[in-house]
Write a protein that binds this ligand. Structure first.
Ligand code: BG6
Length: 517
């Protein structure tokens, strides 16, 4: 009897990342088409996708909002936005001509039944004229208080196709804030899944669309050399910084009711922490990746009741100067309450209580009006076990640091000690650098380009799942409640500095220092 080699069937859960994928043409409806996000990010991203030949023929975009535009006026408005904000600006006439043919506008109030009928009609027209085949993507670029009414109308008017029944897809994209706390997040999710199934809901955290954030997974799981030391045996601590030089700009009203911890930490920073700390997923596939991420968030140690201040610091900027320009204090910003206690800076010390990370501190900080805009993760390794060099001198060997620069000047650097040339053995830190710009020579696409394309393709790997969002709130809520009931104001820092002194004390108490990114 001859031996027969077993055939290995491809496992659909382990397909991995395909190189090039082209979505089917659909109608993308943007609710809130006259808003800032649509102008600055969404429409320019869609145009850049068209410019790079990544949109399918027939892709249609329908703006839906209150102002009274014709299709023609909407197109002019979109062209202006693309000329101002698109990565691939200025607008190219030939690309534009084709792109503009797929742009339409429906005027309407989110609470007006007639508007949904007009929208439905337009969608059906587009199916006939542009071959969109009943495929729908609804982008809710609106404040969360409009989610329920929009979902109710879409469901009630039969504009949502249940994937269980087959047929063309319907997907919904929702934007943060996903709630203000656990309870409101649960309510939003309840509303979303009363109209859509969870797999039809794409929750955007634009950090997941950044090339460098995705590269964190490639760095860890496409290379053999990093994973063996990615754990408590070799890593002393990790620092995460999301620094912005801007203040609250025109968003004082929203920001004052949120604060930096809700605005950045609950979402963007926890996404970075979970991608950094997660176990290898069984595949680069939506649920496999998100299962691992959510385990990290579940493993975050609770803040000790009554001793939160030992692990968490909040700050608020006062007047100062940033990048050579005078900046007002937070309390002088438009639409901010004059006695506001909202934090514009927060620094936390976290622990991921699992086998890989037990007792390794993760220091994370986010702030507005810091000296510059930079997002950076630095991994600080344990020192060499025994000092062989620099004996009899005050020079110490430096621990190795692997720094991942998320933005700007995207890249990765490794700091290590080297021998200083000369007859004696003296050491000095040097660094090995990788820079996106020089290695790949091309500007990375904007986060929204990637995320819009992924939604069209129906791949939710780069989107937040319901349990991720709720678990993050469940961890953060007690701290936010403690802060809310504390009558003391946040610690102050002058605009243009790296946060309050208490943030330095948080890490210096442990004999460590913030790295200056
Ligand atoms: C948004 C926050 O989610 O992210 C803003 O609401 C913040 O306050 C922005 O400015 C930062 O994004 P990026 O891509 O500039 O780091």
């Amino acid at each position: 009897m001859s031996a027969v080699a077993p055939t290995i069937e491809p496992n659909p859960l382990r397909e991995g990342l395909e190189q090039e994928r082209v979505p089917d043409a659909s109608c993308l409806v943007i609710f809130g088409a006259s808003g800032d996000l649509t102008h600055r990010k969404l429409l320019p991203a869609l145009y850049s996708l068209a410019h790079d030949g990544l949109l399918p023929a027939g892709q249609t975009i329908i703006g839906f909002s209150r102002p009274d535009y014709t299709d023609e006026a909407f197109r002019m408005d979109v062209r202006e936005a693309c000329n101002k904000y698109a990565r691939t600006r200025p607008v190219d006439d030939a690309v534009w001509e084709n792109f503009a043919k797929g742009l339409f506008y429906v005027r309407g109030d989110f609470t007006e039944p007639g508007a949904y009928l007009r929208l439905k009609q337009k969608l059906e027209e587009c199916d006939r004229s542009r071959g969109t085949g009943g495929r729908r993507i609804y982008y809710l670029a609106v404040p969360p208080n409009f989610f329920p009414v929009i979902c109710e109308f879409l469901g009630g008017e039969g504009m949502v196709n249940d994937p269980e029944r087959g047929g063309p897809f319907t997907r919904a994209i929702i934007e943060k804030p996903f709630g203000h706390d656990l309870e409101s997040a649960r309510e939003l999710n309840r509303v979303a899944v009363s109209t859509f199934r969870e797999r039809q809901v794409f929750r955007i955290d634009h950090y997941l669309g950044k090339e460098t954030v995705q590269n964190l997974l490639v760095l860890r799981f496409a290379n053999g050399i990093f994973e063996p030391f990615w754990n408590r045996q070799y890593i002393d601590h990790v620092q995460f910084t999301v620094a912005e030089s801007i203040g609250v700009e025109k968003r004082g009203g929203y920001f004052d009711s949120a604060g930096i911890t809700r605005d950045i930490v609950q979402n963007h920073l926890l996404q970075l922490v979970s991608l950094f700390a997660m176990e290898p997923p069984v595949a680069f596939e939506a649920n496999a990746v998100r299962d691992e991420k959510v385990k990290v968030i579940r493993a975050l140690r609770e803040f000790p009741k009554g001793r939160e201040h030992e692990l968490a610091v909040r700050g608020q900027y006062t007047a100062g100067s940033v990048l050579g320009e005078k900046a007002p204090g937070y309390l002088q910003e438009e639409n901010v309450k004059p006695n506001s206690r909202t934090e514009t800076f927060s620094a936390l010390k976290l622990f991921v209580d699992n086998w890989r990370w037990a007792d390794v501190p993760f220091y994370i900080r986010a702030g507005k009006r810091l000296p510059k805009r930079v997002t950076d993760i630095s991994i600080h390794f344990r020192p060499a076990p025994y000092p062989l060099f620099n004996k009899g001198t005050s020079v110490k060997t430096q621990p190795n640091v692997l720094a991942i620069r998320i933005q700007p000047d995207e890249g990765i650097s490794l700091k290590f000690d080297s021998k200083v040339p000369g007859p004696s053995v003296r050491t000095a830190p040097v660094s090995m650098e990788f820079r996106y710009a020089t290695s790949f020579g091309a500007e990375p696409p904007e986060a929204y380009e990637r995320l819009l394309l992924e939604t069209m393709l129906g791949d939710s790997t780069l989107f937040a799942r319901r349990d991720e969002v709720e678990t993050a709130w469940a961890w953060l809520d007690p701290l936010l409640n403690t802060w809310a009931s504390d009558s003391r104001p946040p610690d102050s820092y002058a605009a243009g500095t790296w946060g309050p002194e208490s943030a330095d004390a948080l890490i210096e108490r442990d004999g460590r220092k913030w790295r200056r990114p």
